[in-house]
Design a protein around this ligand. Sequence first.
Ligand code: PLP
Length: 239
Amino acid sequence: MTDRKAELAANLAQVEERIVSACAAVGRKREEVTLIVVTKTYPASDVRILHQLGVRHVAENRDQDAAPKAATCADLSLTWHFVGQLQTNKVRSVTSYADVVQSVDRAKLVTALSAAAVRGERELGCLIQVALDAESGERGERGGVAPDRVEELAAAVDEAPGLRLDGLMTVAPLAGEYAGRQRAAFDRLMEISSRLRAGHPAANMVSAGMSGDLEDAVAAGATHVRVGTAVLGVRPRLG
Ligand SMILES: *Cc1c(COP(=O)(O)O)cnc(C)c1O
């Protein structure tokens, strides 16, 4: 094993142990939670090692970095998640490699994603990103729609050709009433998810929790956790 492979294997084992304990603590089955490794800022060689170590879901947040990385790793059976704020001029590129876009937060983006998915003859999974720091009708500081806009946007995704409504995503907010209260934030996301699922039963993905707060997300009921730093190390630059 190379040093890097040994390092990633050890980190993955630690994260796995955290997920197992978090599930056990609330009586959930380990299989209910999918680990997505956020590989942003790290090279394609790391993605390849992660695949060798059994990782099947990876996430990226910038198209400029993700597109060449995904192309280099096209031979690997991986599900690529896009989790960053997405401009409509990047949609065609993102749609060429992403299986799921987790950061859908406005109607214009839905229209663009749908057009690109249809043109590429692909079905694209979509999560509505919920901003728990946004006031009614607004968008959040780090992307996302206010909770009272989720249903409207979900309906738009549901009706859009080429798109599949998979569920919800959030990033624990740095501001507002949920700042520093991860568990409360994720409980709130689960409430919004329950309401969504009443009308869209298949939209049952709940993506929440990162390196620092995955236990809170698992306890609240998240189906997907997005972990970067705890697997790959502290990122060399902001991303
Ligand atoms: C970077 C990122 C993560 C992973 O964060 P870590 O703290 O490194 O685990 C998760 N979700 C999103 C949207 C991100 O941008």
